[in-house]
Structure formats: structure tokens, C-alpha cells
Ligand binder design. Structure first.
Ligand SMILES: C[S@@+](CC[C@H](N)C(=O)[O-])C[C@H]1O[C@@H](n2cnc3c(N)ncnc32)[C@H](O)[C@@H]1O
Length: 282
């Protein structure tokens, strides 16, 4: 007869995989799975309305992690069913990038009048690429997708210990399947910057850089920024993440000698608008 604790542990590891991917200890995993259920059951039994549930969440957060901040109750973006449906399709039940994806979707609306295609460095399952393909279809543009399709390159010693070589690997075939609704993209498999030469003659109105590590972030900014028109948008997904110190450093180094500031968005993204910060023409 198999050991009950062992069986339970395996089952729980499988159920929580993806949700608590960094939790390895059985007792901790059990606690993390059970405690929210208990709190939710209590809220259900008291028929708490959504606003009160948000308050409960707020008080739990204040006690548990006082340095963290959760947003207000009742934000209208959460009522956008079309966006929720899109996000649910790509998120694998991980909601941590919901607001970052929203920001990308909104920024894509600013490129309608700008010349140039879209590019993404770091594609993963194609979640952000899908938003770019959708906007590109509406604007008659093309989307250029650069990724190893074999996960992260080897993090060097200065990177956070959060990452391991090969993390976040999704095959090119899987990404193409996820983007099957679109015909307006090209994938460039290879380690950044190997395939950039294939797009050297293009201009780009929006570039999304999301590769988590310093060197590919540095290479991506150095290649794409000179190929963007005034008003072009560079969105750096990892810029404000403590798990990606190298990616932040790469952007700060590049823009330290330029007029454009790198805006630290509350979501952890960095935003640069080409030509911003310059004195207006006389
Ligand atoms: C965080 S994921 C991208 C997430 C995606 N933008 C989204 O929002 O759904 C990071 C991606 O960067 C890719 N990547 C990391 N380092 C790379 C490198 N040196 N060359 C090419 N791709 C790399 C990984 O394969 C992975 O797909």
C-alpha cells in the first residue's frame, strides 16, 4: 500500500503546480491551498458582498505584507469581459500579469498614426503577442516575434537567483498554435540578438521587451530603439521587477545619456516614448 502522505504530497504538488510554483514543502503547500479556502468559505457563509470581500482582502494584506499595496475596489477594467476572456485563454490561471497585459493593450491604441510594425522580444506562450497581432490587424501592421523558443538563456552571476536556464520554455509550434487566429506575424527562433539582422530594414512603432535578463534586454533596446519613429513606444515588461535587476540596469544604462526618461509604471513595467523629454522645436 503506497504511503498516504507521499500520495497526498504528489497529488497536491500536481494540483498546485503553476499556482505556487516556488512552494516545495508539503506542509506549506497544504497551508497555502487550505487557508484561502477557509477564508472564502467564511465569507460565503456570511454572504459578504464584493466590496466587503475586497475590504477583507485589504486587511489581510495589511497584516500579512504591509509593504505591499493592493488596488481599489471597483475598477472598470475588471468588468471588460472580452479582455477577461482573452486573458483567461492565455494565463494558465496565473493572474499576476493581468494589469501589465492591459497596459500593453491600451498603449497599442496609441500607434494607429505611427509608421512601423510591432516587435516583441520574449514571447512565451504568445499572450502579449496575441494582443499585438490583434492591434496590428486593425492597423494594417505586421508583428515580429523573437524568442529562443527554448526558454531563458543562462543567467549570469549578477542576475537574481529566481531564474534558471531554460525557464519559461514554450516551443515555436505551440506559440504558432496559440496564435492560429492571426496571419500577420513572423517568428524568428534563435538566441537574441542572432535573428535581429532579418528585420534590420524595418521600422517599429511599438516594441515589447520581455526577456527577464540583462544581456538580451540590452541587445533588444540597442537594436530596436534606433529603428523607432518619434512617438514610438518601448514597453519594458521586467523593468520594475526585483526579480529582474539586470533587465532594469540594461535600460537605465542605455537611456542615461538620452533625453527620454524611462517611466516606472505602477505595474512594474518601464515605458519610454521616443522623442519625449526633448525641448520642443523653436
Ligand atoms: C517572461 S517570458 C515572455 C512572456 C510574454 N511576453 C508574455 O507576456 O506572455 C520570457 C521569454 O523570453 C525568452 N528568452 C529569454 N532569454 C532569451 C534569449 N537570450 N534569447 C531569446 N529568447 C529569450 C524565453 O524563451 C521566454 O519565452
Amino acid at each position: 500500500m503506497p504511503n498516504l502522505k507521499h500520495t497526498l504530497e504528489n497529488w497536491l504538488r500536481k494540483t498546485i503546480a503553476g499556482r505556487f510554483s516556488k512552494v516545495r514543502d508539503f506542509e506549506q503547500a497544504k497551508f497555502m491551498d487550505e487557508l484561502p479556502r477557509l477564508v472564502a468559505a467564511e465569507a460565503d457563509s456570511r454572504s459578504l458582498d464584493p466590496e466587503t470581500r475586497h475590504q477583507l482582502l485589504y486587511y489581510i494584506q495589511r497584516r500579512l505584507l504591509p509593504d505591499f499595496v493592493i488596488a481599489d475596489h471597483g475598477r472598470v477594467i475588471l468588468d471588460n469581459l472580452e479582455f477577461r476572456e482573452y486573458f483567461t485563454r492565455f494565463s494558465n490561471d496565473n493572474w499576476t500579469s493581468f494589469e501589465r497585459k492591459w497596459n500593453l493593450k491600451e498603449l497599442l491604441r496609441l500607434t494607429r498614426q505611427l509608421p512601423g510594425d510591432f516587435a516583441e522580444c520574449g514571447v512565451f506562450r504568445g499572450g502579449s503577442a496575441a494582443l499585438m497581432c490583434e492591434a496590428a490587424a486593425q492597423q494594417g501592421k505586421h508583428v515580429h516575434l523573437f524568442d529562443s523558443f527554448a526558454g531563458l538563456s543562462k543567467p549570469d552571476a549578477a542576475e537574481s537567483s529566481h531564474w534558471t536556464e531554460g525557464d519559461l520554455a514554450v516551443s515555436e509550434a505551440d506559440v504558432r498554435h496559440n496564435l492560429a487566429a492571426y496571419a500577420n506575424f513572423t517568428t524568428y527562433p534563435g538566441w537574441i540578438p542572432q535573428r535581429f539582422a532579418d528585420a534590420a530594414d524595418k521600422t517599429f512603432s511599438l516594441v515589447h521587451v520581455d526577456v527577464d535578463l540583462e544581456q538580451p534586454t540590452r541587445d533588444s533596446i540597442e537594436f530596436f530603439f534606433p529603428r523607432m519613429p518619434a512617438g514610438g513606444i518601448l514597453l519594458l515588461d521586467d523593468h520594475g521587477s526585483a526579480m529582474c535587476p539586470g533587465a532594469r540596469q540594461a535600460a537605465l544604462d542605455y537611456f542615461s545619456g538620452r533625453a527620454e526618461p524611462v517611466l516606472d509604471l505602477a505595474t512594474g513595467q518601464g515605458l519610454v516614448i521616443k522623442g519625449s523629454g526633448r525641448a520642443a522645436d523653436p
